[in-house]
Each structure stands twice: as structure tokens, then as C-alpha cells.
Design a binder for this molecule. Structure first.
Ligand code: CP
Ligand code: NVA
Length: 308
């Protein structure tokens, strides 16, 4: 059994195997109606708990549908409705849930909650986003890039905006999959140096460039995310918007990259803020494939976790 806690904590060969399996499983479904069971039913008789301490559309639906396609069952739990939100410890919750379910996916605030859950659960635990990282998203992103442009190794990825949790997992991916990443954003919102250091130690070229037009030169992929994440104080919204406005992904910025540069966004997006509708709905945007691939990538992650 394996926990899927973070990209940098997972063996690169395993990450590669999951991406390839996700591509194969997607192809095998061949656009079948969404409730069509997969032929092999690897999660038959398995129960998966999906715990959300923050809102979610994609993570919630893609995990739920993915488990069902593989023959398993799910229960979606809100952290607030559980005793977890009312003083029961994470360790005790993990011990109890492990007696009822075969796997736990959790979206939470503090990374320590995820880690404690994994330490005390006797079933696999999957990170469905914390304040610091979002590894499932980046598995889907890497898969999506490769479907459109081939191997990501050696490609130039540009992250524009806030050096947040999704950016952190992209830095981990740069290290594990061997691509280069340029961060362009205000100094106050730089990614954590720990994440930059991980990628650099793995041999990835990580560049910090304040000028967005310079940053995107020769880029193969440009990525944006919300300027105010779920864990950010709403009171900081105006200040963050003012700092981040120069880093909006718009036509001008896309035109300064390679002509076939892709655009990605984990969604939900704020149109005309971090990205213009012209780019989101434009020919280089692969955001809907990216959202769909959450489903396929996570199915491969769950199989790896359970060894099925
Ligand atoms: N990208 C993503 O994780 O979306 P949700 O917050 O809707 O799950
Ligand atoms: N950075 C965003 C990602 C949402 C999927 C957040 O944490 O709110």
C-alpha cells in the first residue's frame, strides 16, 4: 500500500508509470458514457472516503466518478460534519476510518493534518489539496501536456502569478519529470525556497523573472491560477490583485511565448483577472482536457495506492 502525499515524495518511476497508465485507461474508455464500468473493475468491493474541509467541484466529482468507473464505492464527507471538526483528533479519526474504508482522500488546510492522517491510517491516504501543495492536479497537468505536445522532459513551463500550492507541486514536477520552470510574479508571492531547492537539486532549471514578457520567451506552457486561494484571507484580496495585475495571462503574453505554447489553469478561474477569456477560450488553451484528465490521472493514482 502507498500513500500519495506529494509529487516530491513519490518515486519518479512510479509517477511515470501512473501517467502512462492514466493515458491507457483514458484511451480504453474511448469516450464511453461516464457511468460505463471499466472492463477490469480494479476497485471492486472497495470503499473510498472523500473528505473535504474546503470547497471543491473537480476533485470531488472526478474522484467520485473515477472510483465508480473502477467498480468501487465512495462516501463524500465534509470535515465540518465529522467529529474531526469538533475536537476528535486526526490520529483517532484515521484509525477509525481505516476500519470502515479501504482508502482516504482528504482536502484540508494545514499539511500537518494530511501527514497525521497518513501516519495513523492503515489504508492509503491521498492529498486532495492542502495550503501548500496540490499533487493530483499536476499529475493531470503533466498528462495533458504530453497528450498535446509529447514528453514534458526538457520543456519550458512558465508559472505566472502567485507562487501558491499548485505552483509548489509544479516545482516538484519539474524536479521529478525533468522540465524547466520559470516563475514570474511579485517578490512578495514567490514560491517557497524549499520547493525551488528541491527542483534545482534534481537538476531542473528554475528561474525567477519579474518581467512577465521576458519570462515567457520560448515557453512551451504558460500556467495561471487564482490570485486569492481558498486559504488566503479575503481581506488581502485587494492588495493581492494590485500586486498580481501585471501578471495576467492575456493575448500579449501568449504571443510572446512559442507560437504553439499551451495555456493551463487548474480552475476555478476568475475570467479577466488572472486570465482573459480570450486566452481561456482560445486555440492554445487546454483547460477542459486538463479538467477531464483529473479523472484519468487520479484513477491511476488510486490503483497505485492500492496496488491493484
Ligand atoms: N482544480 C481543482 O482542484 O478544482 P476544485 O477545487 O473544484 O476541486
Ligand atoms: N490555489 C487554489 C487552487 C484551487 C484548486 C486554492 O488553493 O484555492
Amino acid at each position: 500500500m502507498n500513500h500519495f502525499l506529494d509529487i516530491h515524495k513519490t518515486d519518479p518511476a512510479d509517477l511515470r508509470q501512473m501517467i502512462e497508465q492514466a493515458k491507457d485507461m483514458k484511451q480504453a474508455r474511448n469516450g464511453a458514457p461516464k457511468a460505463t464500468p471499466d472492463a477490469d473493475q480494479p476497485l471492486k468491493n472497495h470503499m473510498v472516503a472523500l473528505i473535504f474541509e474546503k470547497p471543491s467541484t473537480r476533485t470531488r466529482v472526478s474522484f467520485d466518478v473515477g472510483v465508480r468507473q473502477m467498480g468501487g464505492e465512495t462516501m463524500v464527507l465534509s470535515g465540518n460534519d465529522m467529529q474531526l471538526g469538533h475536537g476528535e483528533t486526526i490520529a483517532d479519526t484515521a484509525r477509525v476510518l481505516s476500519r470502515y474504508v479501504d482508502m482516504i482522500m482528504i482536502r484540508t488546510f494545514d499539511e500537518a493534518v494530511l501527514e497525521e492522517m497518513a501516519e495513523y491510517a492503515s489504508v492509503p491516504v491521498i492529498n486532495g489539496l492542502t495550503d501548500r501543495t496540490h499533487p493530483c492536479q499536476i499529475m493531470a497537468d503533466v498528462m495533458t501536456f504530453e497528450e498535446h505536445r509529447g514528453p514534458i522532459a526538457g520543456k519550458k513551463v512558465v508559472w505566472a502569478g502567485d507562487g501558491n500550492n499548485v505552483c509548489a507541486s509544479w516545482l516538484h514536477a519539474a524536479g521529478q519529470f525533468g522540465c524547466d520552470l520559470t516563475f514570474t510574479g511579485p517578490v512578495q508571492l514567490d514560491p517557497e525556497m524549499e520547493f525551488v531547492g528541491f527542483a534545482r537539486n534534481k537538476g531542473a532549471q528554475i528561474t525567477i523573472e519579474r518581467d512577465p514578457m521576458k519570462a515567457v520567451e520560448n515557453a512551451d506552457l504558460i500556467i495561471a491560477d487564482t490570485w486569492v486561494s481558498m486559504h488566503d484571507a479575503q481581506s488581502a484580496k485587494e492588495r493581492r490583485h494590485n500586486m498580481l495585475r501585471p501578471y495576467q495571462v492575456n493575448r500579449q503574453l501568449m504571443e510572446a511565448a512559442k507560437p504553439d505554447a499551451l495555456f493551463m489553469h487548474c480552475l476555478p478561474a476568475h475570467r479577466e483577472e488572472e486570465v482573459t477569456s480570450e486566452v481561456m477560450d482560445g486555440p492554445n488553451s487546454v483547460i477542459w482536457d486538463e479538467a477531464e484528465n483529473r479523472l484519468h490521472a487520479q484513477k491511476a493514482v488510486m490503483r497505485w495506492c492500492l496496488g491493484v
